[in-house]
Design a protein around this ligand. Sequence first.
Ligand code: SAM
Ligand code: DTB
Ligand code: SF4
Length: 331
Amino acid sequence: MLYSDLDQLYRKPFFSLLQQSRAVHDEHWTDSSVQLCTLLSIKTGGCSEDCSYCAQSARYHTGVEAERLMEKDEIMERAHAAQKSGSTRFCMGAAWRGVRAGTKRFESVLEIVREVAALDMEVCVTLGELGEEEAGALHQAGVTAYNHNIDTSPENYPNIVTTHSFQDRLKTIRHVQDAGMSVCCGGILGLGETVEDRLRMLEVISEFNPPPESIPINALMPMPGTPLEGSKAVDAFELARMIAVTRIAVPGARVRLSAGRTRLTDEAQALCFFAGANSIFYGDKLLTAANPEVQHDVALLEKLDLKAKESNRNAPAPSLIPDQPLSPTPK
Ligand code: SAM
Ligand code: DTB
Ligand code: SF4
């Protein structure tokens, strides 16, 4: 969707915007289900990159220690536990700039993916930059979706990260699409960006062809020791507005109310679900930061008459929209 259209939507009176996004939501999503995704940091800290929001960058003194890749047995224990608690998607994150085929580390990840995939959960990984070969191998091993966020507008990106570029992010996303995996791509609110930046970010994501399967909207968790530790909390109404515009711009995507829910009231979360959010991270921890307790989320979903989405490993990735250019474009 064009920036001017997104801007027009964003500036609508709050209730008209929510009414419109709710109508779009009801048209595309008939079963009021919420996707429950459990995150696990399989390789924590010590990252070479300088993303200024991230507790795992080696450049900042955040108290997060650099760890080795977690053992497969421990990961499987966590995956079983996630499944038992009702989660249907298991998302493994690694604090790496990227991965390379032929390395021991990549081979270990492929082995882990094969085992998790056998549990019949949707498998998502977020490992940083990928080339064509790595994307194909991950797909082959059983990854259903790859998370790679663009985080903010192309214009603001260099203010947030200097060790890789916005174009690098788009290239990886292209490789994920070419390999036939679903793309999970979103961003963060609260990095000091303008509303224009937020909508530019959404303009880029909403023009992806094939479209993203899921769009995580994170509210910054200000991590001690990072350059953004003192950032102001994201306003819940601005968050709901952004979710509503995202729902209208990409009706078929799961819009995930992601990091930052511990700082939202139940009522604010309900507003975000009404606006069109239909996915959450579920489990007491994100990667290094806190998330609401499972019991609390179960009770909240029950109060709102929302049910958990079933796992569907066999759902195809979103298809190309005919007569529209590929996006991101091949480089
Ligand atoms: N290293 C990989 C990468 O950068 O793509 C994967 C892990 S990285 C932690 C995944 C995403 O988590 C980031 O792109 C960002 O959107 C989100 N994230 C990281 N730290 C955050 C924070 N403090 N608050 C909110 N979101 C955060
Ligand atoms: C996404 O968009 N948010 C998740 C997931 N994708 C990998 C990560 C949130 C991280 C929050 C900060 C932390 O736990 O360190
Ligand atoms: Fe590394 Fe990812 Fe954190 Fe950036 S967001 S510092 S690439 S783990």
